[in-house]
Design a protein around this ligand. Structure first.
Ligand code: 5GP
Length: 126
């Protein structure tokens, strides 16, 4: 059982469907570890989602249960993708929502890669 409140992995989540080609995505990058694609509702000029190919519901689940190779493969791919997209000079932001307080909507671990303009403060003040 995953180490968070999201429950067991559910193959009906939207990113699982994208991974098995059941629904389309605008693919940016793919290798043995990850699939990266444009967010359907972009929050910045560049808004790419990077997801592992393994079945992990969240960052908590991924970091607890994935192999060293999967974790290294995932984060190396995030950095390499940002470099390949030419984002390093101006900078970018990587964000992972984990669980209810962070507003995680899709229960398949993913990071958001934002870039393309000044991204402003890290968090909106409440
Ligand atoms: P979360 O809130 O879970 O961190 O982020 C989920 C993200 O997935 C949101 O930014 C949302 O716009 C995106 N998203 C949800 N459904 C789809 C979809 O079917 N296709 C794509 N490309 N993005 C999606």
């Amino acid at each position: 059982m995953p180490v968070n409140g999201l429950g067991a992995y559910d193959d009906s989540n939207v990113f699982a469907k994208i991974l098995r080609g059941a629904i389309p995505c605008r693919k940016v990058f793919e290798n043995e570890w990850v699939l990266a694609f444009h967010d359907i509702n972009p929050q910045a000029p560049v808004h790419v989602l990077v997801i592992p190919k393994g079945k992990y519901v969240s960052l908590a689940d991924f970091t607890a249960a994935a192999s060293e190779a999967e974790i290294a493969g995932f984060f190396r791919a995030v950095g390499a993708l940002a470099n390949e997209l030419g984002l390093e000079a101006a900078g970018y932001r990587v964000l992972a929502n984990m669980g209810p307080d962070a507003g995680q909507e899709v229960p398949h671990f993913h990071v958001h890669l934002f870039a393309g303009h000044n991204l402003g403060p890290m968090l909106t003040r409440r």
